[in-house]
Design a protein around this ligand. Structure first.
Ligand code: HPA
Length: 253
């Protein structure tokens, strides 16, 4: 399992103040990724990252080239990939805005996205297995480090909406009935594409607001984002700083 650790960084990652050591512009058979492949130093180690919404944060969730983003990381030798995704919290009390969760399940409500590499051009069709949408070992290690260093919630069901608009209160109510505990716009098709490519993939979700109609500050979501994104991203960085050296040490064994 050698090779660099890959990161797919979401909105709010600009607040991490990460130093970019190198930028490699890249093309793939599926078009251009959201950003050049960025070499960053985290926890004293070099990692390869994609800025999911572009370096100027201008690519909306439905227009992200998820195929190119995952493909280019694998082309650069990445076998383990941690995604950082901002989410709204549906189940109040599981974790707080400004806090973290490591989901163990997904429900996909998106539509019209390029969601597979199996487009008929690659020979026999493969129905990729996604019962457990995250790599069990990577997810487990991420959850353990995040629980210890940032009191993160160790599981949860991430419902993926189309965006870029936020949800109605009734949509969130329906998602809660479906079993979703958090809501974001980017985990799918990213997780499924990672699985198609054989990339080990797990998500560090950063709670940045209570979802529409939920929690004490439920109405003014933008005020919550302003207040909580920086705190949550700082916690995510602490987790990455601890986890990346650990992952690299075992990858080299
Ligand atoms: N809904 C969908 N996506 C999100 C939210 C939300 O409330 N917060 C951050 N990403």
């Amino acid at each position: 399992m050698a090779g660099p650790i890959g990161l797919i960084l979401g909105s709010g990652a600009g607040k991490l103040g990460l130093q970019i050591e190198a930028r490699s512009p890249a093309k793939t058979p599926y078009g251009e990724p959201s950003s050049p492949v960025l070499r960053l130093k985290i926890g004293g180690r070099s990692v390869l990252a994609i800025a999911r919404h572009g370096e100027s944060n201008n690519i909306p969730p439905h227009a992200v080239n998820y195929r190119a983003n995952t493909w280019v990381l694998r082309e650069h030798g990445v076998s383990q990939c941690i995604a950082v995704n901002a989410v709204g919290i549906i189940t109040v009390g599981t974790f707080e805005p400004g806090g973290l969760a490591v989901p163990d399940q997904l429900i996909d409500y998106t539509w019209g996205r390029e969601h597979t590499f199996d487009d008929g051009s690659r020979g026999a069709l493969r129905h990729v297995e996604l019962t457990e949408p995250f790599d069990a070992v990577l997810r487990g290690r991420l959850a353990a480090v995040a629980a210890e260093s940032a009191a993160a919630e160790g599981r949860g069901v991430y419902g993926v909406t189309q965006g870029p608009r936020l949800e109605t209160a009734a949509e969130i109510e329906r998602m809660a009935r479906d079993g979703c505990t958090m809501v974001g716009m980017t985990a799918m098709p990213e997780a499924a594409l990672a699985r198609e490519l054989g990339l080990r993939y797990a998500i560090c979700a950063v709670g940045v607001n209570h979802a529409a109609g939920r929690g004490p500050g439920g109405r003014d979501i933008h005020a919550q984002l302003d207040r909580y994104v920086a705190d949550g991203m700082a916690k995510a960085l602490t987790v990455l700083e601890l986890l990346i050296p650990e992952l690299q040490a075992t990858a080299e064994m």
